[in-house]
Design a protein around this ligand. Structure first.
Ligand code: CA
Length: 365
């Protein structure tokens, strides 16, 4: 090829590819123009009481951020539990498309999807740090999405309570014998383990917790952490406050999105939702930590509040019983077993790393 012909060929090739690029751009602009002209008005229902700090407030902040980032194109109205539908019907409402979004925690759906509990928290399981690593980068979120797929629901992590407290007791727990027959409000897998240890787990809605403890219908209750526990006034109903919250080491809160609604969103709004969820996930945990450390300082000043660590033999026994409970559940249900095995595989590696990183460092303090 002569230089001239070579240049001519190059010119033609460049012109053609530039034309192609222009066409592509025109098409994209046409699509974007259609999408950006549309405003989406969505509803989100939550499992939290109206105005509930950190959790309900976080869900509302998430919706406000999406509105700001999308310049008002995605407008989400957030309803607290009971305002539109009962709190524990959140998952079904999102699944059926009655609403586009929900906020709660996966273990609330344990009756319908037992393996969902691993995406919330399990006793003696991963903390917030480990859960984020598993979900975002260790295959956990993909597995979670598979689990919810038959329900036409897409989950996203959206907040974390951090390590919870062990609960309020009307007497000291000095040995396993003190747990025998003890009536405690402790839900989920933690409740199953507590029953194996000889305790009597009681199911109670959050709204009944304080009155039941105060009237001695129950002997003990867990709730969340120092901030929410103090706000509920639990220190007025029982004086012994135990740690650590072995049953909830880092409860993940979830955003659920109806699959059909998600598919109807243009790619830029999907990216906004996805990134706003990651941002709020960090923010809620940070807010929870700050409020808890501040409330702990206040609780320590309150007359009568006694803060204790559970005795080692009690914690050791509860851990053994947790391992047994998880194995039993896995034997009964292949779907539970699949998630259990994935979780355990990640957790073993996580524990090995934590032992020589975070845990080793904390041991220096
Ligand atoms: Ca709790």
């Amino acid at each position: 090829m002569t230089d001239f012909n070579w240049l001519k060929a190059l010119f033609i090739t460049l012109s053609l590819s530039m034309l192609a690029a222009c066409n592509e751009q025109d098409n994209n602009e046409a699509t974007a123009a259609t999408d950006s002209s549309k405003t989406y008005r969505w509803k989100m229902v939550t499992t939290w009481p109206p105005g509930f700090p950190v959790l309900q407030k976080g869900a509302e902040r998430f919706a406000d951020n999406i509105k700001a980032m999308s310049n008002g194109r995605l407008n989400i109205k957030v309803y607290a539990g009971g305002e539109l539908i009962p709190p524990l019907q959140t998952f079904d409402a999102v699944s059926q498309g009655t609403v586009e979004m929900g906020h709660g925690s996966a273990y609330y759906w344990a009756g319908k999807v037992p393996e969902a509990q691993f995406f919330s928290t399990v006793p003696f399981g991963l903390t917030a740090r480990g859960m984020n690593a598993w979900l975002y980068d260790g295959g956990g979120l993909e597995l979670w999405r598979e689990v919810y797929k038959p329900f036409h629901v897409i989950p996203f992590p959206l907040g974390n309570t951090g390590v919870q407290m062990g609960g309020w007791f009307n007497k000291e727990i000095n040995s396993l014998a003190d747990i025998k027959g003890l009536k405690m409000r402790i839900p989920g897998l933690g409740g199953k383990v507590f029953a194996k240890a000889g305790g009597n787990p009681i199911l109670l809605a959050g709204s009944e917790v304080y009155t039941s403890l105060e009237r001695k219908t129950i002997d003990a209750t867990e709730w969340i952490g120092p901030y929410h526990d103090q706000r509920l006034g639990l220190y007025r109903a029982a004086e012994h406050y135990y740690y650590p919250g072995w049953h909830e080491p880092g409860t993940v809160l979830e955003l659920t999105v109806n699959q059909h609604a998600w598919d109807s969103l243009p790619a830029d709004l999907q990216a906004i939702v996805s990134n706003a969820a990651q941002a709020e996930n960090v923010r809620m945990l940070s807010e929870m930590e700050q409020k808890n450390l501040s409330a702990l300082a206040e609780l320590r000043q309150r007359k009568g509040v006694q803060i204790h660590r559970f005795p080692d033999d009690v914690l050791h026994k509860l851990k053994t019983l947790t391992n047994e409970t998880l194995l039993e559940e896995a034997e009964k249900d292949p779907k539970f077993k699949r998630v259990y095995e994935a979780y355990q595989a990640f957790r073993q590696q996580n524990d090995a790393w934590s032992d020589i990183s975070e845990n080793a460092y904390i041991a220096l303090q």
